[in-house]
Design a protein around this ligand. Structure first.
Ligand SMILES: [Zn+2]
Ligand SMILES: [Zn+2]
Length: 169
């Protein structure tokens, strides 16, 4: 969906899921759960604030199982008209949250996709208490209680160790 900057009135413009019934990410496995974005003019700039919630397939960093990560993207970005004179636009360090729009048009699909991507977890976890893989046997501890770490030493090994200790005396 394209939003025309000139269509944003003084009272602003609000976009929600009902405004975007057919929204699809470029990766069809991603799902937009909810969106609420407020667009307000600030002279030539447009301020966008709100929240995007999406479900995105990820692989758990501990147990390596795929799962659908619930991603919440807080949006707070300033869109400025792309300068037409040359490409030598120097952005000040505090302008990092500035993006550009072109020819009076804001591509909402790109905006939603970009903000969602930025909000993806650095270390995805299928759940906070994921037990991960056993370093000894490689089993998924969420599924199998292999007990590697808790297993008591084999009593037969203990006898051999005692024997060895006695001989070395
Ligand atoms: Zn996991
Ligand atoms: Zn194990």
């Amino acid at each position: 969906m394209i939003i025309k900057v000139s269509d944003i009135l003084d009272e602003g413009l609000t976009i929600d899921r009902a405004t975007l019934p057919d929204f699809l990410f470029s990766d069809a496995a991603w799902r937009l759960d909810s969106v609420r974005l407020r667009f307000e003019r600030d002279d030539l700039d447009v301020l966008v604030q709100g929240e995007i919630r999406a479900t995105v397939p990820q692989v758990c960093g501990r147990c390596l199982e795929p799962f659908g990560a619930h991603v919440t993207a807080g949006v707070d970005v300033r869109l400025a008209p792309r300068p037409t004179t040359g490409d030598n636009v120097e952005l000040a360090p505090d302008d990092l949250d500035v993006a550009f729009y072109q020819k009076d048009e804001i591509d909402l699909d790109v905006l939603i996709e970009t903000e969602t991507t930025l909000a993806l977890p650095m270390k995805p976890l299928c759940r906070a208490e994921c037990l991960g893989l056993c370093p000894a046997c490689g089993g998924n501890r969420n599924i199998v209680a292999c007990g590697c770490r808790d297993r008591a030493p084999d009593p037969r090994l203990a006898v051999l160790r005692d024997l060895a200790a006695r001989r070395s005396r």
